[in-house]
Design a protein around this ligand. Structure first.
Ligand code: ZN
Length: 363
């Protein structure tokens, strides 16, 4: 194995080959954590899977701590491979040489979308992208006319025909409009990518429940939602979706520094999106803390769309071999096997977790 520079090779063992192993690893580490206060499990209902699909919430540290770092993995199922590795790395460090100040508690939310994690997909068992699901379902659902225009192209199997249709759209409406049409969120096609659903999904109910149970609205929060697959290779982008000039917006810059990006300001790899998980937290934060998406890039954006569309086509077709093939491509895109990529994920996430703790303490 090539030599790793700053993280010992054995620590890369916090990356697991599948959902079940990641979960076993996580629960084992949790049970050995001295400062463990509480752990809860949330099972996915009505699943046709043979494996139980579970989200875990784990509170480490004092129950009365009024400052909390919350780390979420697997909002987008398959992205949980990296997110869970970050959580397992933290748990492992807490057993060795790392400690958190007494006034700060850690809340880990493991595998927010366990179906996607175990099936190597971004979406859940109903095709829902959890990060488009936080909309008000009592109101008429948002309309994405660009998606409808591109819907037929998305499911065109021949890649040169499909790409030509995409290029035609881009040249007519621009690159940003194209990205919003495909990835901004749509509420009309459960088989399609970035589908927001028609009711609150499992992961949303979990988030709403833990916000209430742990009375998080009364505490000062640093929420870190870990994602992968968008942006430069192995770069950890700290994305700030708080409205410009809000308290959360400035807090994120103060805590995480000048590299923080903002889709609303237009300097992020990410475009503005509907129904983000962020919005569920923003309304509880007010003057207290901030929410960031920690997004680790891998292969280029074209490859990202290609692999996601391939996944949706194979699941729509129901072909087992096509699903296996697309699952493999999804795993490599969202958690490359390259040990240097994995090392940088741990290095950056350790830095961001420490920035969150310091920010909570002194911010
Ligand atoms: Zn994601």
């Amino acid at each position: 194995m090539p030599k790793i520079t700053s993280i010992a090779a054995q620590q890369l063992g916090c990356f697991s080959p599948d959902y079940q192993t990641a979960q076993q690893h996580f629960t084992q580490l949790v049970n050995n954590t001295k400062q463990l206060y509480d752990q809860q499990t949330f099972h996915v209902e009505n699943t046709r899977c043979q494996v139980a699909l579970t989200t875990h919430a784990v509170w480490i540290g004092s129950p009365i701590a009024n400052k909390v770092v919350i780390i979420i993995s697997g909002t987008h199922g398959v992205e949980g491979f990296a997110g869970a590795a970050v959580q397992n790395d933290l748990l492992s460090r807490l057993q060795h040489d790392y400690s958190v100040p007494e006034e700060v508690a850690i809340l880990l939310v493991f595998a927010l979308n366990p179906y996607g994690f175990s099936h190597l997909r971004r979406c859940d068992g109903e095709g829902v992208d959890l990060n488009r699901n936080f909309v008000d379902f009592d109101k008429p659902l948002p309309e994405n006319s660009g998606y409808r225009q591109l819907q037929a192209a998305i499911f065109t199997a021949d890649s040169s025909t499909r790409n030509q249709l995409f290029i035609d759209y881009q040249s007519q409406y621009g690159q940003k409009a194209y990205e919003v049409a495909v990835s901004g969120g749509q509420y009309c096609d459960p088989y399609g990518p970035f589908y927001g659903g028609e009711k609150p999904a499992h992961g949303r109910k979990v988030i709403e429940s833990i916000i209430q149970q742990y009375q998080l609205a009364k505490r000062k929060l640093a929420v870190i939602d870990i994602h992968t697959g968008l942006g430069s290779y192995a770069h950890g982008e700290v994305i700030n979706d708080h409205p410009i000039d809000s308290h959360g917006f400035h807090t994120a810059i103060q805590w995480y520094g000048a590299s923080v990006t903002s889709p609303i300001a237009g300097n992020s790899s990410s475009v503005e999106k509907l129904g983000l998980l962020d919005y569920a937290w923003h309304k509880h934060m007010q003057q207290q803390g901030c929410f960031i998406t920690l997004e680790f890039g891998s292969y280029p954006t074209d490859a990202l769309f290609e692999v996601i569309l391939q996944d949706h086509r194979s699941w729509k077709s129901g072909d087992a071999i096509a699903k296996q093939h697309s699952g493999k491509a999804m795993l490599e895109h969202f958690c490359p096997a390259d040990i240097y990529w994995r090392e940088l994920i741990l290095v950056k996430s350790r830095q961001v977790i420490q920035q969150a703790i310091t920010g909570l303490q002194h911010g």
